[in-house]
Design a protein around this ligand. Structure first.
Ligand code: FRU
Length: 487
């Protein structure tokens, strides 16, 4: 990572620090210091992937939210830039999105130099304290120098609060009509539904509809929606709606459910009536997709916050808290009579590989801590994978009949919060496990089943690196790669 102009408090020998800090992720994005949660405003422009994020530069716990900022040319190595958007008299800067206003519909840039426009939620702490219910509104900031400097729109907020306490996390995209005309569409989390607003210019918004089918998951507040089109390899295209929910995830606390169906420019309708989860691990929340990725790339790129509100503020890391998940490419995949959304590790991650080993033993001494496993389970059989260290700390991942099970109860530091040391299960519902890709970093394990058809993203905090890999019931296990650190 490059820290030429990092956020407050980061003028230290950064690469040495990153290597030496216990539990510091070695190939996931982290803030140099202090608190991070949701990824925000992900947008691609002129060769740079921008990643903004919920950031509190003064503490390692949640506080007045800013948008931190980093850029990458390969989704793996990140350069930290100064804080992009700071709180003002309208409130803290909560989650939101960013677009490139190519046609200058907003008048905030020019056609020759279109503005990068960030649309975010203002959260007014004074209104909240006074127990008003209208303290979340939507505001805009814009940049005409590739996200390096930002100006708040003078007439903020652009969307006032109609009297609903939870009214946040605008995700905006340009939706084209058949006749070639188009409009901006905003998906907004409104308590326990997603409302869709439209606008010709990013400044004036009209409510079109709301989506809250009675069969969806409602264990907690709905947050961080994302509405986008997704293609299957046979060319089938569907609309997908992501909705993060907290609490109420399949393994406790925060998680992301999604819906597949159609959006006609006004209404979203789902074509199924079962709850679909993007990730069955406990640690993938508030993730959304990148906007403005060039069409010839054709990918829907995603990144999530790798934590869970159940314990995010007390995880044993210092002097930062939280990381993002690995970048993933989403794809629509046929499943039974319908479809599912597969999450695949972005191809760019292959550049991290530094050596490859064919696995011939069932118990292997790991010489390094950063590992990518590519395993082929024996068709139809249960299996077990154990990662352990000399201290007896271990993680177990297994297939137990029709379930996948991830056990982190003895994974290392676990007692910082009672809800962390849990066994997580993912129902296979008859899905045959044909392949596994597993990424091990200093404080996480990410498991991709069948090229991303099922995913488990899990934090772990071993007090020393896992140094042994034990495989049970694998006939021809596969291979593993040792990975480079980005520090
Ligand atoms: C999701 C969330 C968002 C909100 C932000 C505040 O994790 O609660 O709904 O905008 O975090 O930091």
């Amino acid at each position: 990572m490059i820290f030429s102009c990092g956020p407050k408090g980061s003028e230290i020998q950064e690469s040495e620090r990153g290597n030496n800090e216990p539990h510091r992720p070695q190939y996931h994005f982290t803030p140099t210091d202090n608190w991070m949660n949701d990824p925000n405003g992900m947008v691609y422009l002129d060769g740079e992937y921008h990643l903004f994020y919920q950031y509190y530069p003064d503490s390692t716990v949640w506080g007045p939210m800013h948008w931190g900022h980093a850029i990458s040319t390969d989704l793996v190595h990140w350069e930290h830039l100064p804080v992009a958007i700071e709180p003002d008299s309208l409130g803290y800067i909560f989650s939101g999105s960013a677009v490139i206003d190519h046609d200058n519909t907003s008048g905030l840039g020019t056609k020759e130099n279109p503005a990068m426009v960030a649309i975010y939620t203002y959260h007014d702490p004074v209104g909240e304290k006074e127990k008003r219910i209208d303290f979340q509104t939507q505001g805009i900031a814009y940049s005409t120098d590739k996200g390096r400097t930002w100006t708040k729109y003078a007439a903020n907020p652009v969307l006032k609060n109609p009297g609903i306490k939870d009214f946040r996390d605008p995700k905006v995209s340009w939706v084209e009509r058949e006749d070639g005309s188009g409009k901006w569409v905003m998906s907004l989390a409104v308590l326990d539904r997603i409302s869709f607003y439209s606008s010709p210019n990013l400044l004036d918004w009209t409510l079109e509809s709301s989506f809250n089918p009675d069969w969806a998951a409602y264990g907690g507040v709905w947050e961080c929606p994302d509405l986008f089109q997704l293609k299957a390899s046979d060319g089938t295209e569907k609309w997908v709606l992501f909705v993060s929910i907290n609490p109420g995830g399949p393994n406790g606390g925060s998680a992301t459910q999604y819906f597949i169906g159609d959006f006609d420019g006004k209404n979203f309708s789902a074509e199924h009536e079962d709850v679909k989860w993007l990730d069955f691990g406990a640690d993938n929340y508030a993730g959304v997709t990148w906007s403005n990725v060039p069409e010839q790339d054709g990918r829907k790129l995603f990144i999530g916050w790798m934590s869970n509100w159940d314990y995010a503020q007390v995880v044993p890391t210092h002097p930062w808290r939280s990381a993002t998940t690995l970048p993933r490419s989403l794809e629509l995949v046929k499943s039974g009579d319908g479809f599912l959304v597969a999450s695949r590790p972005a191809a760019e991650l292959q550049a991290l590989r530094k050596s490859t080993i064919e696995i011939t033993e069932k118990s292997i001494a790991l010489e390094e801590e950063l590992v990518e496993l590519e395993l082929t389970p024996t068709v139809g059989s249960n299996f077990e994978i154990e990662l352990s260290n000399e201290k007896g700390e271990k993680v177990i991942f297994k297939k137990s009949d029709d379930n996948l099970v991830f056990d982190r109860t003895a994974s290392g530091l676990v007692d910082f919060e009672a809800r962390f040391a849990k066994i997580h299960t993912a129902p296979l519902n008859g899905l045959e496990v044909k392949s596994l890709k597993i990424y091990i970093d200093r404080s996480s394990v990410e498991i991709f089943v069948n090229d991303g058809e099922m995913v488990m993203t899990e934090l772990v905090f071993p007090t020393e690196p896992y140094s042994r890999l034990k495989l049970t019931s694998f006939e021809n296990p596969g291979s593993m790669h040792y990975l480079k650190s980005i520090w």
